[in-house]
Design a protein around this ligand. Structure first.
Ligand SMILES: *Cc1c(COP(=O)(O)O)cnc(C)c1O
Length: 224
């Protein structure tokens, strides 16, 4: 019987193989793609085998859920990196800055201001991605494409260094054109980071230049 660490290692190898193949097709170095294991709703029994198998980048979409799960894990695995991939309320900015190494959901000026204060107060600076509502969907987080230049200017003026852009494209349609659009916006603004691609579309994202892919179900199975 394979143990939980073997099963986690096999899942990681499968997803890494998909990233490698897509990177090869696009003449990219797969080492330029960080795989974030998205662990929202997953228990410690799901997460610990990945850590034991050597994985270090993890994503959560809620600050409170992450606060309940990650401080103990971080104490046991001090070199892990935690990414916030879900929407962030300004009143949780300090908690997020204290816990996360990267925040992928900066999408408005008021949140940029709250993050400036939180970074000063907590004395640590996570990587910051600006989330773009790439398909202009009313129910989704992210800034409108038209507002992106103003938001990036605001961040620069406030002293926030932005690593890149993030998007969650519309469901049920081909993702590649949205990834291409996000990549074009990042290029236009001189940003190297691209947080895009999930379980079903990571190949397209890697081919379009993703620096970070966010993967849940392909590693852990369907969420209950
Ligand atoms: C849940 C989630 C993911 C992972 O989605 P899967 O389809 O399970 O790979 C990626 N990004 C964000 C923002 C998420 O909320």
């Amino acid at each position: 019987m394979p143990d939980a660490t073997d099963i986690a290692a096999a899942a990681l190898t499968r997803v890494a193989g998909r990233i490698d193949a897509a990177a090869r097709l696009a003449a990219r170095d797969p080492a330029g793609v960080t795989l974030i294991a998205v662990t929202k709703t997953r228990s410690l029994a799901d997460i610990e085998p990945l850590l034991a198998a050597g994985h270090r980048d993890f994503g959560e979409n809620r600050v409170q859920e992450a606060q309940a799960k990650w401080p103990d894990l971080r104490a046991a695995w001090p070199d892990l990196r935690l990414h916030l991939v879900g929407q962030l309320q300004s009143n949780k900015a300090a908690d997020a800055v204290a816990l996360f190494d990267a925040i992928h959901s900066l999408d408005r000026r008021s949140l940029a201001d709250a993050l400036v204060r939180a970074i000063e107060r907590e004395g640590r600076t996570p990587l910051l991605f600006v989330q773009v509502n790439i398909g202009a969907e009313p129910q989704k987080g992210g800034c409108d494409i038209a507002e992106l230049p103003v938001l990036l200017d605001h961040c620069a003026t406030a002293g926030l260094s932005i690593t890149g852009l993030m998007c969650v494209p519309p469901a049920g349609v081909e993702a590649a054109p949205w990834f291409a659009l996000l990549a074009r916006l990042a290029r236009r603004h001189g940003l190297a980071g691209l947080s895009m691609g999930m379980s079903d579309d990571l190949e397209a994202a890697v081919m379009m230049g993703a620096s970070h892919v966010r993967v849940g179900t392909a590693l852990f199975g369907p969420r209950g």
